[in-house]
Design a protein around this ligand. Sequence first.
Ligand code: NDP
Length: 238
Amino acid sequence: MSRLAVVCGGSRGIGAAVSRLLAQRGCRVAVLSRNEDASRAAVAALPGDHHVAFSCDVSKEQEVQRTFESIRRTCGHVSYLVNAAGINRDALLLRSRPEDMLALLHTNLLGCMLTCRAALRDMLHMQEAAIVNIGSVVGLKGNAGQCVYSATKAGLEGFTRSLAKEVASRNVRVNLLAPGFIRTDMTGGLSEEQTARSVPMGRFGEPEDVALAVLFLLESAYITGQVLVVDGGLQLAM
Ligand code: NDP
């Protein structure tokens, strides 16, 4: 039986590219997002059979529990988990509303903790499993106008390194991938021409660039607790 990969936030952007690449490499993919129709459409576009779509808000504990139980029942044990579900609410701290701060914390940080916890119940009993969480270069370097977003992404770094230590002896690996500017809906509001001037490579990355690095981390049998930056050199200039 082929490996089962769960991709949270797999309906579009980076998560959709990861789902496509994993499906091309022979995995069965479970795509999660809040919008079931969008998850279904993403699954319909994947090569191969046996992929499944779920509506799941990763920030809601009971939904996460229910969804992973349903995945376990209908698809089997999870080998790979990719946490690409995320939102941004960019604003200077003085203009940030508490409800937006909570939405960021709940989706980007708590959501990742909940899905990792749910998936680990399976993973700890398998011979080998891997998790990749999607952080951001702003979680490593900070960025004006993104205090809360970058705090959630910095939080993911500590979470990833700690979880890697907790589960390494069971051959479960946990890594963080930190993208720079990637061309998706999330960056759709930015002027690419202007923003790309801050990137040493002079352009935004494609979701496929990130997907390839995610695949590398999932398949690399002796890498855990690491941060891999995929940013066209942006971090060097920050
Ligand atoms: P998109 O906005 O294109 O896609 C986000 C995905 O997450 C969608 O599938 C969305 O589906 C899903 N999602 C959002 N909230 C939830 C939720 N509560 N529960 C379940 N699914 C959810 O974003 P990107 O692909 O650009 O971003 C993917 C990840 O990469 C994010 O964590 C982002 O912070 C990070 N990142 C992106 C960068 C970029 O330049 N694009 C740079 C650095 C990091 P739906 O809305 O239907 O739920």
